[in-house]
Design a protein around this ligand. Sequence first.
Ligand code: NI
Length: 168
Amino acid sequence: MAERPIVLYGDPVLREKAIKVEEFNQELKDLVSDMEGALKKAQGLGLAAPQVGVAKRVFILDLSAIDLSEQMRVFVNPEIVETSGEIELEEGCLSFPGIYQSIIRSENVLVRASDLDGNQFEMKVTGMTARAVLHEYDHLEGILFIDLLSPLTRTMLKGRLKKLVEAE
Ligand code: NI
């Protein structure tokens, strides 16, 4: 396993639209294994490939953080099939250490993706899991959670965001 540090806000890779995975090969498995290492180390809930500097359409969620009977799940080439409801939840991001903000997003999500072997699956998620799916999916589009904040909140965060960019 290679150590892949999590990139911070300010790194241009976080603004790239990630590219579809075409081959379910060893390179993909290695990438996911490295991402799992990085996520465990950071003790986070989710991580998208661009956050380790790889603009590919892959994210992982450590669902054991929400439900002990659950485990690490891999989503390759995910699609948001359906959403319903609205809920305001506090959200953070490993590329924005220390910043947590309340954001309104859909409450229920149907996500379709492939696993590491290229088998497609669908998953109905709600609550924090739905939140994590939407957040990580956005990363693949180059969208960051601060984009969803009100202009006023973003202005208030300006100083802290600038510090992140300088640290990167
Ligand atoms: Ni994030």
